[in-house]
Design a protein around this ligand. Structure first.
Ligand code: ASP
Ligand code: MG
Length: 416
């Protein structure tokens, strides 16, 4: 017997039939003797609709009322799932964020969880084996009593936080894919499902464009050591052998991973833009003069490459920003031209970032060098490179993205 959190995303609760399917998945775990807290998202498409209504009502809306509106999607599915569970004889009740409560900061629209009181649901596990169906994505700001939401995709974070709060043995994320893959199977059909992946690797994968889980939920899992299992919600509950290991990917601490590969996965993002500033003064304070104003404008700079100047006078500096922020970044640079003091800059939006990730890189030399050689053999030019302890990224022409990903996937033996 164990305590489990089961989280179901929007496609898994998209209509009443699928909610019934979810109820049978929950019953399966209850019948196996587990105490279960379920976290649900809104029905797929619902949150988008609610957001659109808010924006339609006023372009300058009150963030607190935005949260009051968009949190309602999860309220509906939590109630419906509790009803579906009761219908098949499983004791259940719904919980809204403010009822537990799930305390958050007051940054409405992207609040952070500050604390969760899990006592009430644990008591009900003990007293009547009642399933807790918790609305994901939402919480409450204690001092004002106002409803808050955690940012898009936030019910993953709700689920992991609840698992930490009730000391669950595992947090199962039921979703429309059956796990985490070595790369996007639409680009590389040979991509393999990983049995296990370390928190740090998953964090890199999620930050670099794999959309399986909200990044913050993985951070939280790593912080509290919550074992997270990503699995498919489309398997029929009746077809699952309760004694067999279900297919899926466990996100866990690296000590739990016995067979360590050097490279675990390859991520890519076409949502990048490159800016190169030519002939800037090579003197203290220049990087601050460039990146300070960008940060003030909430533009996230990612790769940064600065040359050592040949003449000790001027140098070139290249960096990347999200493609959606490119125009704004250009504006900021034009505005600060005098304080920075550069001759000109060029930009490109048809670029992509391809990243190779693996904790095994810590102890293996030459992993990146192999990639540079393989990419060169395919005629792919590298515009910029960044490295960290467990990953490296290359910036290339967007048109070569698929070729680069496939080349690296087989280079590191991920095709199997
Ligand atoms: N319903 C919210 C969203 O669509 C939260 C979630 O699904 O995780 O962003
Ligand atoms: Mg999601």
């Amino acid at each position: 017997m164990a305590r489990l959190v089961m989280k179901f995303g929007g496609t898994s609760v998209a209509d009443i039939d699928r909610i019934r399917n979810v109820a049978r998945h929950v019953k399966r775990e209850v019948d196996a003797g587990h105490d279960v807290a379920v976290v649900v998202s809104a029905m797929s498409g619902k949150t988008n609709e609610l957001v659109a209504w808010v924006k339609d009502a006023s372009p300058h809306y009150d963030q607190r009322e935005y949260d009051a509106v968009v949190a309602s999607g999860e309220q509906v599915t939590s109630g419906l799932l509790a009803i579906a569970l009761q219908q098949i004889g499983v004791p259940a009740r719904s919980w809204q964020g403010w009822q537990l409560p799930i305390q958050t900061s007051d940054v409405h629209g992207s609040a952070r969880i500050l604390g969760i009181d899990g006592d009430a649901i644990v008591r009900r596990f003990q007293d009547k084996r009642e399933v807790a169906v918790i609305a994901g994505f939402q919480g409450v700001h204690g001092a004002t009593g106002r409803i808050s939401t955690l940012g898009r995709g936030g019910s993953d974070t709700s689920a992991v936080a609840i698992a930490a709060a009730i000391n669950a043995e595992r947090c199962d994320i039921y979703t429309d894919v059956d796990g985490v893959y070595t790369t996007d199977p639409r680009v590389v059909p040979q991509a393999q499902r990983l049995d296990k992946i370390a928190y740090e690797e998953m964090l890199e994968l999620a930050s670099l464009g794999a959309k399986v889980m909200q990044v913050r939920s993985v951070e939280l899992g790593m912080l509290h050591n919550v074992r997270i299992f990503v699995r498919s919600s489309f398997d029929k509950p009746e077809d699952i052998d309760p004694k067999a290991e279900p297919p899926g990917t466990l996100i866990c601490g690296e000590e739990e991973i016995v067979e360590q590969q050097t490279v675990t996965g390859i991520a890519f993002s076409k949502d990048e833009a490159q800016i190169s500033i030519r002939n800037v003064q090579d003197k203290p304070g220049i990087a601050a003069a460039i990146f300070g104003p960008l940060a003030d404008n909430n533009i996230n700079v990612d790769m940064i490459v600065q040359n050592v100047s040949a003449d000790g006078q001027t140098t070139d500096l290249t960096f990347t920003v999200p493609a959606g922020d490119y125009e704004r970044a250009v504006q900021v640079l034009k505005t600060s031209k005098d304080t920075i003091g550069y001759q000109r800059f060029d930009g490109a939006t048809d670029v992509a970032k391809v990243s190779v990730i693996g904790i095994g890189m810590r102890s293996h030399a030459g992993v990146a060098a192999q990639a540079f050689k393989a990419l060169a053999e395919k005629g792919i030019n590298i515009r910029a490179i960044t490295t960290s302890e467990i990953k490296f990224s290359v910036l290339i022409d967007a048109a070569s993205t698929e070729l680069a990903v496939r080349t690296l996937h087989s280079l590191y033996d991920l095709d199997k």
